[in-house]
Structures are given as C-alpha cells and as structure tokens.
Design a binder for this molecule. Sequence first.
Ligand code: ATP
Ligand code: MG
Length: 268
Amino acid sequence: EVDRLSQLEKLQVLGHGNGGTVYKVRDKQTLAVYALKIMHGNTSGTQELDILRQTSSPHVVHCHQIFENPSGEGQILMEYMNGGTLDTYIKTQGRLSEDIIADISRQVLKGFVYMYSKNIVHRDIKPSNLLINEKMEVKIADFGVSKIMGRGLNRCSTSVGTCAYMSPERFDTERYGDYDGYAADVWSFGVTMMELYMGYYPFLSPGENPDWPTLMLAICFGELPSLPDCSSSEFKDFINCCLQKDPSKRWAASQLLLHPFVAEQCSV
Ligand code: ATP
Ligand code: MG
C-alpha cells in the first residue's frame, strides 16, 4: 500500500475544502491520472471512509483505494473527474439548458436511490459537490458530512452541510419535527438544479450577500424563488416537487425519476 502511494506523483492542487486538499496525481508507472484527497488531521468523527468503502455506483465518484495511517489520517485515491465541479462548470461554460439539467438530474437521482438503498444520506448536496467529466457523466462527491442511518431512532437534523442549500426542516425542527435526511438531500438537489439553470444561487439576486440568519429566514419563510417564464411547465413542476418546504410533501428520489421532466422515454 505504501508502495502505491509513493508511486503517485502530484501534478497540481485541484481544490481545498473543509475536509482536506485534493490533488491531481499520476501513477508514475501506468501514467494513469487520479484525484487524491489528503484529509486534514484525524478522520474519526466522519463516516466518509466507511461510506466510500461500501459504495460503488456509476453515479458516485469511484474510490480506488483508501490509505490510512495509524494516527487516523486518511488519503483517498479517486477517479479524476476532468470537468471539475458543476459550480466551476457553470461559471466557465455558462448556465445549462433544460435538456442537460434533465440528464444531470437523472444521474444524480439514480445516485440518490443507490445511496439510500445503503442507508446513506449525503447532507451536503450542492453544485461544488457534484463532479462532471468529458462524457457528461455527473457523479456525487464529498461524503465528508454524510451519515449512515441506523435502524430505529436516528435523526438527521443536525446542522451540518452548507447553509444555503439546507432545507427548511433542518433549521426549523419545531415546525416540521425531526426528519431522516433523505428529504433534505432532495431539497438541496432542487436548489442545485435551479442554480444550474439560472446561473446563480436562486434564493438571492446575483451579488447579494446577506448574513446567514437572513438567508435562513428567506429559506424557511420566504416565497420560493421561481423559474423564468420561458422555462417549460415540466421543469417548473419538477422543481416544485423538490422544493416543498414541508418534507412530508416533498417527492422522494425514486418518485422524481418518474416525473415527466426526467422520465426516460420508452423506445418501442
Ligand atoms: P468542501 O468542504 O468545500 O465541500 P472538501 O474538503 O470536503 O470540500 P472535496 O469537496 O472532496 O473536499 O474536494 C475539494 C475540491 O477538490 C472540489 O471542490 C473539487 O474542485 C476538487 N475535487 C475533489 N474530488 C475531485 C475529483 N475526483 N476529480 C476532480 N476534482 C476533484
Ligand atoms: Mg466539497
């Protein structure tokens, strides 16, 4: 294992995050290119490594190998996604069309259905945690605050993740009670798909920069942002199904896959 690590040559830094630094690396022997996430400090307290060890789906960034040293520091060797995050993708390529968003939605929702079959909630879905490659494959990444739900009491309302993409029930547990978190991922997904279409975070006008209590109030009590009139009624309805403030009314990922906006046409 240590051999494999020393065989990797760092090419550049791909990004820094709360969880660690990600490098583009190349295997000196095979010349294959990967992404290597070097986690800062101790990884106990996160389930990221456990989750990666048990996930294998075309819609989740593939993890080739995990290196863990005795002090609990982890390094994750992943497939390299050469299109970067959807966040930088729309900043460089511009906003996306409905067709492309429908295609991305299908991939992410299939990823959700897969994760949920393994009792995993992501809890930090946002454009910068979805990666894209040249085949226009979009994959779910960064399980740094994700959780494996146990049986019985296992609530998911703790405030982890990125405030702007958090669902109303994550802030307002009094009103909605404790929710399991699967519905919260769908909310974050809805906000994310809307952002890909609009080109900016939909709860704010471009350039607006409020403090987070103001933003939280807008999410919990404000009017929902709406798509421009020129967007299709299927797309508007799809977003509406994701952005139900009441989590019990929000559609599940498996239901959303049957929505006309994303439903795959039967070719007879
Ligand atoms: P944050 O706390 O901001 O969510 P993080 O520390 O949890 O970040 P990641 O989200 O896993 O770390 O990765 C940080 C950045 O590295 C990403 O935003 C992305 O730009 C880049 N990156 C991560 N994984 C890959 C990959 N497999 N291929 C290409 N780029 C990647
Ligand atoms: Mg991230």
